[in-house]
Design a protein around this ligand. Structure first.
Ligand code: 28F
Length: 643
């Protein structure tokens, strides 16, 4: 058996320093050591497989979560090169796994390196942050294996057999002294790999969970690529034209791929990606798409007399009403900006996307006059609704200007007027609202009780939103307007906290409010001002003992164990399961859910909002079938879901 021995030369020292740096400050390389950082380990490895697919050599990627949260990823690409570097006496493969950023396998030439959410820190970071990593490579007729522990080579590349296949397999166990948790969330990984399969036409990705007694497996393989992605996003919506429109063009060596389809919904759903990274904050590629869409549809409308000369131009908002779109570009040197580094800054990309869309869309509309007319009719009616909404808003403004208090009657405001320290609790139901008003700290906490079912924002156009008596109080309390008028600098509270029961009604209110904020006050979410209050699920009590509150089932088990260690058995304890906020008196509500000293608040992220929006579409959309599916899947919570 041939074994490659090597000395600890200068570059070996440099390797050890590099990996030490990663282990000292992991957050610098993978964002955090929370479950999000843990998932990034998998994304980094899979991105290397995706690069091999983009280069045209890999058609399949299999991911397994093995018992003990060991990850196994395998591709059928060419296999990482095993030749020995003349100078370092180390194989290319070992270099990729031990030298930081050594994975940039495609420089400026033919292919593209997609990079994970953290811009391709590479496999060496995964290696450094894992208790152990083993790599098996098949190529050149042989099977090669190498092993590492916390980044250090414990077995150099060794040929262990023959093979007539090619590919790379990596298994690793994340280091539990570095990560808060090493428990992978199957649904999160499944969602990301479905997205990658949509973005990489023809690539087959399977993911398997072998941990529990109920193994799960999903296979994603979309020859339709972005077209399939749009069809998936529109699954529960009523389309107004049969097939998604598809544009694919290479402009100045920037591959542009776009698909979009209009539905009867009023919201716009546009997802944009750069090198497979979901640019939630948008950027120049999205800007180029929006500009081209507006220009092309207006030109077509004028050339075909759908817009009279005296008519104003349709604005972006009218054109994008009801659109579901996915934009995917690949950029060699992407510049990411924004709060969460998910906004594309490269200015040259705007023009690239604009010219690609202008040309391809104009041609499509000329060749498909029926579709063009249907879409434009919707845009023009949106224009009319916007006019009506403007008038309605004027009316509401005039009306509220006339009324002495422009604040909703139900709002119990706080005395401080400094938004940075103020917070408003939007509370479900008058009873909980009542005890929240009594329990709160009125200096910086305002309470806005909401009652009954909120408006079904899916069906109502903007004009109904302004006037609606259920949402108007929220709009007026936040004080920053809605839609294109929304101005984040005018918000009256630094935190908008949704406090609803843990039951299905509470879930319904949460979904509706998140959908409303996502569609009409999106900056509030992007800016991290929206939170969910987390009331306790249980209370353990015993005479002479301080009440113990538990927020999850795991908390409860842990409390039982801790108390048993103090000699207090389960039987001696009273257990109350909270069905709703109304069961807590003001002091308990304050102490457990409102007091900043001990409460638990969950900050709403854009992903949460997007998921709520999709759930909302299922609950409120027109198709009955998906709603039944959703309810059956979530039946265990359903109390009286009367949607
Ligand atoms: C389960 C994880 O990492 N797959 C990979 C390749 C293929 C090549 C490569 C990777 C060249 C020298 C930098 C093969 N043949 N799966 C993976 N498949 N890296 S990672 O090249 C690495 C660069 O070092 C590859 C010809 N060119 C590239």
């Amino acid at each position: 058996m041939e074994k490659y021995e090597h000395k600890y030369g200068a570059d070996q020292i440099q390797v050890l320093e590099g990996l030490e740096a990663v282990r000292k400050r992991p957050g610098m390389y993978i964002g955090s050591t929370s479950v999000r950082g843990l998932h990034h380990l998998v994304y980094e490895i899979v991105d290397n497989c995706v690069d091999e697919a983009l280069a045209g050599y890999c058609t399949e990627i299999n991911i397994q979560i093995e018992p003990g949260n060991i990850i196994c990823v395998e591709d059928n690409g060419r296999g990482i090169p095993v030749d020995i570097h003349a100078k370092t006496k180390i194989s290319a493969a070992e270099t990729v796994y031990t030298v930081l950023h050594a994975g940039g396998k495609f420089g400026g030439d033919s292919g593209y390196k997609v990079s994970g959410g953290l811009h391709g820190v590479g496999a060496s970071v995964v290696n450094a942050l894992s208790n152990w990593t083993e790599v098996t490579i098949q190529r050149d007729g042989g099977i090669y294996e190498m092993k590492f522990e916390k980044g250090k080579t414990v077995q150099s590349l060794t040929r262990i057999g023959d093979s007539d296949k090619t590919g790379t397999k990596v298994r690793f166990l994340a280091d539990d002294t570095i990560f808060e948790t090493t428990e992978y969330d199957y649904e999160t990984l499944e969602t990301r790999f479905r997205e990658i399969a949509f973005l990489t036409k023809g690539l087959k990705i399977t993911i398997e969970d072998l941990r529990g007694e109920t193994p799960q497996k999903n296979e994603f393989h979309f020859e339709g690529g972005l077209i399939s992605f749009v069809e998936y996003l529109n699954k529960n919506k009523e389309k107004i034209h049969k097939d998604p429109i598809y544009i694919e063009k290479n402009v100045n060596e920037v591959p542009v791929e776009i698909s979009f389809q209009y539905t009867t919904a009023y919201s716009e759903n546009i997802y944009s990606f750069v090198n497979n990274i979901n640019t939630i904050e948008g950027g120049t590629h999205l800007e180029g798409f929006k500009r081209a869409l507006t220009k092309t549809f207006n030109d077509y409308a004028r050339n075909h007399n759908l817009l009279k000369d005296k008519d104003q131009n349709l604005v972006g908002e009218d054109i994008r009403e009801g659109i579901t779109a996915v934009i995917s570009v690949k950029v060699k040197e992407p510049q990411f900006e924004g709060q969460t580094k998910t906004k594309l800054g490269n200015s040259e990309v705007t023009g690239v996307v604009q010219s690609a869309v202008n040309e391809a869309l104009a041609e499509f509309l000329e060749e498909n006059p029926g579709v063009a007319k249907t879409i434009l009719e919707k845009c023009i009616s949106a224009y009319r609704a916007r006019e009506a909404a403007r008038k309605a808003r004027e009316l509401v403004r005039r009306k509220s200007a006339l009324e002495s208090t422009t604040l909703p009657g139900k709002l119990a405001d706080c005395s401080s007027k400094n938004p940075a320290e103020c917070e408003v609790y939007i509370v479900e139901g008058d009873s909980a609202g009542g005890s929240a008003k009594q329990g709160r700290d009125r200096r910086f906490q305002a309470i806005l009780p909401l009652w009954g079912k909120m408006l079904n924002v899916e069906k109502a156009r903007a004009d109904k939103i302004y006037g609606n008596d259920k949402l108007n109080p929220v709009i007026l309390a936040v004080g920053a307007g809605i839609g294109s008028d929304f101005d984040i600098s005018k918000i009256r509270y630094g935190k908008v906290i949704i406090m609803a029961d843990a039951d299905v009604d509470g879930a319904h209110i949460r979904t509706l409010l998140l959908t409303f904020f996502f569609r009409y006050m999106r900056p509030l979410i992007e800016n991290g001002n929206v939170y969910l209050a987390q009331p306790p699920l249980y209370k353990l009590s015993k005479k002479g003992m301080q009440d113990v509150y538990c927020y999850t089932d795991e908390d409860l088990e842990k409390a039982y164990k801790d108390l048993a260690e103090k000699g207090i058995e389960r039987e001696q304890l009273g257990l109350q399961r909270y069905k709703g906020l109304g069961e807590m008196n003001p002091e308990q509500l304050w102490e457990t859910t409102m007091d900043p000293a001990n409460r638990i608040l969950i900050k709403v992220t854009m992903e949460d909002a997007i998921k709520a929006d999709q759930i909302f579409t299922i609950l409120m959309g027109d198709d009955i079938e998906p709603r039944r599916e959703f309810i059956e899947k979530n039946a265990k919570y359903v109390k009286n879901l009367d949607v």
